[in-house]
Design a protein around this ligand. Structure first.
Ligand code: ARG
Length: 399
């Protein structure tokens, strides 16, 4: 039997051409693997058929939406994960899951290598290969675009000559990656960071500048996980879908940024992540109410590290897994409700409540009935400021 390679297949131009191209260049039989991570607007059955029509010996589609939500997006929400304080790691979160399914499939079919459609310039090649290395270290990676010189022009030309079932033969100016946590758009005129984004780029969000009535929404959380919207209980997957809808309709979650890639390049990125941005905002506000001060402060540091690790492709690494254990433990009391207003591109929290709240009205009120002992404040400040006082005396003598 001819040796096999499992290829992460998206159904797009590059990976469609990569199937016969890889077969031709390496002699390996290609098993195409397409993963449904909630990318809107793709018919996965069409995708499956397209791989077969392009010469794959086997074409598999895995609906991984629930797993993606529960095992990848939920930890990211608990970690309030934002790379460079803005980007909710949309693509970075799907790569470890796709890698895991690639590794599983390769083992199941006795393949000794796997392929992905990334170029040599981005983060995603690193994420796929580093993730597979951590799960199935025996597998070798082949990247047809990077290693077998399959450029976009060659791909279009090859597809036309071989009658491959690609949808558009015109060169799309954008490179797009999307899943249920958001959508990333790169390249084309956006490569000049001074060029403003145009309305055409967006699919998950409406124009936030259009006048419309605000939407109010109440999200219930249990131990860090959203479990209901406006009193209706639903799975986390459904919460994400619903919040994309509600926040997307108000233009929430559009991002325009210059990003530091792992490979050293700065790149201009447009993102839209309505559900992710609204949910992370709500979640942080519930943490404000329920986390002890030092845990709260420390967790904010850990979150930065967590996001960096995931961005850098170390999802299955030891440090990331250890931080997960810490983060999970912090979430035990993060239960309650957050009310927010979605309007004109913003998700603004207007109320929060929790049975686990650490907010004590009788301590916080400035009205009579306050139980905070203000007499203790003087002594506390005396001792708190002692190191400052002593060092100030030293530094000011002899001047
Ligand atoms: N720069 C982002 C990241 O590294 C998005 C990459 C998305 N890929 C794409 N083909 N547009 O996570």
């Amino acid at each position: 039997m001819t040796e096999r390679i499992v290829m992460a297949y998206s159904g797009g131009l590059d990976t469609t051409v990569a199937i016969p191209w890889t077969k031709e260049r390496t002699g390996l039989d290609v098993i195409a693997l397409a993963i449904d991570v909630g990318q809107a607007g793709e018919n996965m059955e069409d995708v499956r058929q397209r791989a077969l029509d392009s010469g794959a010996v086997e074409s598999l589609v895995i609906d991984a939406r629930e797993e993606f939500a529960n095992e990848y997006l939920l930890p990211a929400l608990k970690a309030n994960a934002m790379y460079q304080r803005r980007y909710p790691l949309v693509s970075a979160l799907s790569r470890p899951l796709i890698s895991k399914l690639l590794a599983d499939t390769a083992r199941e079919y006795g393949a000794t290598s796997f392929a992905h459609g990334c170029t040599g310039m981005g983060n995603d090649q690193v994420r796929f290969e580093a993730a597979v290395a951590a799960i199935a270290p025996e597998l070798t990676a082949i990247a047809p675009i990077r290693d077998l010189s399959l450029t976009r022009d060659v791909a279009i030309d090859y597809a036309e000559r071989h009658n491959l079932p690609i949808r558009q033969s015109k060169k799309s100016p954008y490179s797009i990656d999307q899943n249920m946590w958001g959508r990333a758009v790169e390249t084309g005129f956006l490569e000049d960071p001074w060029n403003g984004p145009i309305e055409d780029l967006y699919e998950y969000t409406q124009d936030p500048t259009v006048e419309r009535a605000p939407t109010e929404v109440t999200i219930a959380f249990e131990q860090g996980a959203p479990v209901a919207i406006d009193g209706e209980r639903m799975s986390f997957h459904d919460v994400v879908v619903k919040m994309n809808e509600l926040a997307g309709a108000q233009g929430v979650g559009r991002l325009d940024m210059v990003e530091d890639r792992l490979v050293g390049i700065k790149s201009r990125e447009i993102y839209e992540a309505p559900g992710a941005v609204a949910l992370i905002e709500a979640h942080t506000h519930l943490e404000d109410l329920t986390l002890e001060r030092d845990v709260h402060r420390y967790k904010r540091q850990v979150e930065i590290e967590w996001a960096n690790l995931v961005y850098d492709g170390l999802w299955f690494g030891g440090l990331k897994r250890s931080l997960d254990a810490f983060i999970d433990h912090t979430q035990l009391a993060v239960s309650g409700e957050v009310r927010m207003t979605l309007h004109q591109g913003r998700a603004v929290v207007t109320g929060r409540r929790s049975d686990e709240s650490l907010y004590d009205f009788s301590l916080a009120t400035y009205d009579t009935g306050n139980t905070f002992n203000q007499d203790s404040a003087r002594g506390f400040i005396d001792i708190w400021s002692l190191p400052s006082r002593i060092s100030a005396r030293r530094d000011q003598t002899g001047k």
